[in-house]
Design a protein around this ligand. Sequence first.
Ligand code: GLA
Length: 366
Amino acid sequence: MIPLSLLGRGHSNGLLQRLSSLRPALSAQRSARARVSLVASLGHLTLCAGLLLGANAVQAADADEVKIGFIVKKPEQAWFINEQSAATELGEQEGFEVVRLAGEDGQKVLSAIDNLHSQGAQGFVICPPDVRLGPAIMNRAKQYNMKVVTVDDQFIGSDGKPLADVPHLGMSSYKIGQQVGQAIAEEAKRRGWNLEEVAALRISNNELPTAKARTDGATEVLLQAGLPEANVFDSPQQNTDTGSGFAAATPVLSKNSAFEHWVIYAINEESVLGGVRASEQYGLNADQVIGVGVNGSGAAFAEFSRDKPTGFYGTVAVSSTAHGRESAQNLYQWITTDTKPPANTETSGKLMTRDNWQQVRQELGL
Ligand code: GLA
């Protein structure tokens, strides 16, 4: 496991620096070539000589002009907006172009790849809308000879195992889930709740391995802390957003009206917020609910900025800035130096609450 602290924001290897310092020289060479080409046509040089000069210009452009795609499953969510911006910013610093694209379903992802190919991109970073699309996405990328790295959600093959040859960068999901469980257990203790009388709303997405690992990690810690297994209620969600969290939570709350105290957890803070909104609609107060999410994105900042606390107690924050930067950097290095990125990089998180969110936000460069 590689801790987040090792994924330094300004990380850049010597070769990248050398490439940057070569860039002005390459541009000067290119304008010199353009001048030669003008003189050549004016002077009626042979067609053959003109073709040779043209071929040279194309080669130089190839070496200097790297373009990558950054495709995300939920382009409207703050986590992904920040990831894409961080990648774009890195591209501006290092001298490569990042094309931000939305891939909310399989069809959109395949068109995004076609689009990237027609723009001359050499590869893309992707958080897929469904991890089982991995083999289809890789087929399309191979047709175009594009390099692919995944971020956040790792592809799985037809055998249900991760596609290990596609480099991946994501959260250390089980551990982060355990941090969620720990935060909930500590807050329940602080409020003096008897865990035997508490219900857990587990908004689950078991088709997505990173979601399952996070909710499993949280459940493990809560059971160890004394929550009875019979009090854990699964609310399967269709997606990974607030709307699907809300829809999943509503029937579970109504069916279990005997419980006064609820804890809520899920793959991410967007889904937990859906559960918290459902608990409010159901009539539960903020002091009856402890929701803890994952991400530390704009969705959590907005919630912590409200005048009064809500049932959304906290979130385990991970740097979406580092995810965006590092995945783009890995791909760029692969394209320019032919160094394949590590097979799997796992990042860690830190609990963010209403009390410390601004400080943690700063620490994580969000
Ligand atoms: C998944 C979730 C996102 C975010 C990332 C982090 O993609 O849907 O909200 O938590 O994982 O890796």
